[in-house]
Design a protein around this ligand. Structure first.
Ligand code: FAD
Length: 280
């Protein structure tokens, strides 16, 4: 069983402390890699680079920076990739990026372009994004799967999915990918739920369905965060166990920089801490 963890660059000292506590705690679970998202503004972007470099310096983790097409040029991407390669970074998550008010360079309009560019710079091991419930801008599901296939054929090694709660949607997607000739690994992205109101907004933007059963499961807990968290861990454990029974053996966790829920879910799945450093 393989796990990987996603973090985002912290905005202030408090969030920074939370991030590093999570990185060091989750490091003990020996994830296959940890990734750090890439934001829209230059300051957040600089923070991604520095978090990645500190992970390399302070831990034994394999660090994978996210890179986006949005707001970049082929030259700026080449420079970032060369710097990463020189510092020993070998893995990347390559996505188009959320556009906000960013522009797309004509040679860097889709994640596929970014994969090709990265592969032309060095032999990076690249993960790309996949959408079990179809990317919101795609004209249809078949088009979106062909897009995923192109990204993989351009040199990406694997795909990580958008978060989802409808396991049947993921399994149907996996079948459709197989029928389309995709044989690369598709890692489900698992989001431990922290707040329902936030989740609803985020899910709507991403095109992720919130099943009625999920609403019913958490109903009446708006003012009871402790019970909510316990049940949210339980919900994710059920989701992951069901996927394991369907032959899924790698999971990517959207940690939101908090270790506790992800750590508990991993524990239930049999992923246990192992010493990462020799003790004095
Ligand atoms: C695992 C994961 C990690 C992410 N990390 C980040 C991050 O760090 N920072 C961030 O800003 N966002 C991130 N995102 C969000 C992502 O950037 C958005 O979902 C974005 O809208 C699409 O990115 P993509 O790489 O899937 O784009 P693409 O694969 O380029 O696809 C984008 C859309 O264009 C369509 N398309 C592709 N090729 C063509 C074509 N030739 N003609 C017409 N349409 C086409 C696709 O079907 C799709 O609808 C992440 C998403 C996931 C699932």
């Amino acid at each position: 069983m393989h796990v990987s963890f996603e973090f985002f660059p912290p905005k202030n000292a408090h969030m920074e402390a939370t991030l590093w506590r999570s990185v060091f705690t989750l490091e003990q679970l020996r994830p296959r890699f940890v990734s750090v998202t890439y934001g829209a503004d230059p300051l957040t972007r600089a923070r991604t680079h520095s978090v990645i470099e500190r992970i390399r310096e302070l831990t034994r983790l394999t660090a994978a920076p996210h890179l986006t097409c949005a707001g970049e040029t082929p030259e700026s991407i080449r420079a970032a990739l060369r710097r990463y390669w020189a510092r020993g970074i070998r893995q990347l998550v390559a996505v188009r990026g959320d556009l906000h008010d960013l522009t797309l360079h004509p040679d860097l309009r889709y994640a596929e372009d970014l994969v090709k560019l990265a592969r032309s710079v060095a032999d990076f091991e690249i993960a790309v994004a996949a959408y079990p419930e179809t990317h919101p801008e795609a004209p249809n599901a078949a088009f979106d799967i062909e897009n995923l296939k192109r990204k993989l054929n351009s040199g990406a090694a694997r795909a990580i999915t958008q978060f989802f709660f409808d396991n049947d949607a993921f399994l149907r997607f996996r079948d459709r990918c197989a029928r389309a000739g995709i044989s690369s690994e598709i890692i489900p992205g698992i989001l431990p739920i922290t707040r329902l109101d936030k989740l609803r907004r985020f899910a709507k933007r991403c095109g992720t369905t919130i099943p009625n059963s999920l609403d019913a499961y958490f109903e009446g807990l708006d003012d009871d965060p402790d019970t909510f968290r316990i049940l949210a861990v339980n919900y994710a454990i059920d989701q992951v166990r069901q996927l394991q029974r369907e032959g899924v053996h790698a999971f990517h966790f959207y940690t939101l920089n908090r270790y506790d829920m992800t750590y508990a879910i991993c524990h239930a799945l049999g992923v246990r801490p192992q010493p990462v450093r020799a003790t004095a």
